[in-house]
Design a protein around this ligand. Structure first.
Ligand SMILES: C[S@@+](CC[C@H](N)C(=O)[O-])C[C@H]1O[C@@H](n2cnc3c(N)ncnc32)[C@H](O)[C@@H]1O
Length: 375
């Protein structure tokens, strides 16, 4: 039987938990932290309060305090992989790179290779390789690949860091996993990075097709539908078709209610099986997941009507003289001359390109360009 004091404690704990969770859900972390603290004063082992307090500190960018609570949770509840994933991100911010890699690896192991924890490890490997150099992370890449040889994420990491020269295309399972996870925050994040590829594509399409209506436009790697939305805004009569490998990106695109049809498929497979001929095919920041462009460009050519138009953006390789080059972020950069040569080879007649800044990466500009090619 609970005595009056215990009953009162329980009542207050439940009440404060509701109040704290309400503040948490509207991102008022300062107030939420205050109420979780009150709960822990009465019951310092309260699981919900410890979990939410740790993440509230994390989301409030107070990594020192978040670390204390996540380390406590990790000891108290060692089979939950999320504590290690959060800790890996905190250690990385604190520049404890070896600890960050080990924590990311632990979360992969504890979760038996769950996709979200593999993606967290892949991002840690890329970001730490940028700072500390590739040699620093190679042993972890090897361990990841040896333990999960069938995982697309592990395969992509292995290829990026061990065999960038021999890699011709990104692993489609890797792309599907990262974009499934990224989908809900994709547009907010990209807007913060001044991403303007969809606007540019819509602008050039309108310039080339200003007097044509009811165009059938295929949006390759349509993602959340940013490109489609920009096209519809300028040319409302357009009929849009979208294809993407990530179901979660397609959920976001579907919510815009602008596509005539959305299909979950790999671009190459889709282009091979599609029977339809399009007026226009667009690919906004998508060919960066392809190194060799011959096959995808030839298939695009085959799916366009006579005088059909292919408009796409690329990131420019100004790191070396190679036609295409796989960067540490598992994205390809291309030389303009290579792209142009490939377009000509498959039969595109009129080809123009314009150098542009596609978006930011950290504080740096991502240099690239837009291509407009007519069949
Ligand atoms: C950087 S996002 C760009 C999304 C959209 N085009 C935009 O500009 O907002 C790249 C998209 O291409 C998709 N993608 C990349 N490679 C693909 C492939 N081989 N097959 C299908 N979709 C692919 C990804 O899933 C992702 O949604």
């Amino acid at each position: 039987m609970l005595n009056i004091k215990q009953k009162f404690h329980n009542f207050m704990i439940n009440h404060w938990l509701k109040v704290a969770n309400n503040f948490y859900s509207v991102h008022n972390y300062d107030r939420a932290i205050k109420f979780y603290g009150k709960i822990l004063y009465l019951d310092n082992k309260n699981y919900a309060a410890n979990c939410n307090l740790a993440t509230a500190y994390f989301l409030n960018n107070d990594y020192q305090k978040a670390q204390t609570y996540f380390e406590y949770l990790q000891k108290a509840d060692s089979q939950n992989p999320w504590w290690q994933t959060y800790l890996s991100q905190i250690y990385q911010k604190q520049k404890s790179y070896r600890k960050a890699l080990n924590a990311a690896w632990s979360s992969v192991k504890i979760s038996h290779g769950a996709g979200e924890h593999q993606v967290n490890l892949a991002y840690a490997l890329y970001e730490i390789a940028e700072i500390k150099g590739v040699d620093f992370i190679l042993d972890m890449v090897q361990k990841f690949y040896q333990n999960y040889p069938d995982s697309g994420v592990a395969q992509q990491c292995y290829n990026t860091f061990f065999h960038p020269q021999k890699t011709a295309i990104c692993n489609s399972e890797y792309i599907e996993k990262i974009f499934d996870i990224f989908a809900p925050e994709f547009e907010t994040t990209l807007n913060r990075l001044h991403y303007n590829s969809p606007q540019m594509i819509a602008h050039y399409l309108a310039a080339v097709c200003h007097n044509r209506s009811n165009l059938q436009v295929l949006d390759l790697g349509c993602g959340t539908g940013m490109c489609g939305a920009n096209i519809k805004q300028i040319m409302p009569q357009t009929v849009l078709w979208g294809v993407d490998i990530s179901s979660q990106m397609l959920v976001e695109a579907g919510a815009k209610k602008i596509y005539n049809q959305l299909v979950k498929n790999d671009i190459i497979s889709y282009l091979k099986i599609s029977k339809f001929q399009f007026d226009v095919i667009v690919a906004s920041d998508v060919l960066t997941y392809f190194g060799v462009l011959d096959e995808v460009i030839a298939l695009v050519f085959s799916r366009l009507k006579k005088n059909g138009i292919f408009i796409f953006t690329i990131s420019q390789n100004n790191l070396n003289r190679q036609s295409y080059f796989l960067t540490l972020s598992s994205r390809f950069v291309h030389r303009f001359s290579y792209v142009e040569k490939t377009l000509k080879k498959v039969g595109f007649s009129h080809i123009e390109n314009h150098k542009k800044i596609i978006r930011k990466e950290g504080k740096k500009d991502v240099n690239g360009g837009i291509f407009v090619a007519v069949k």
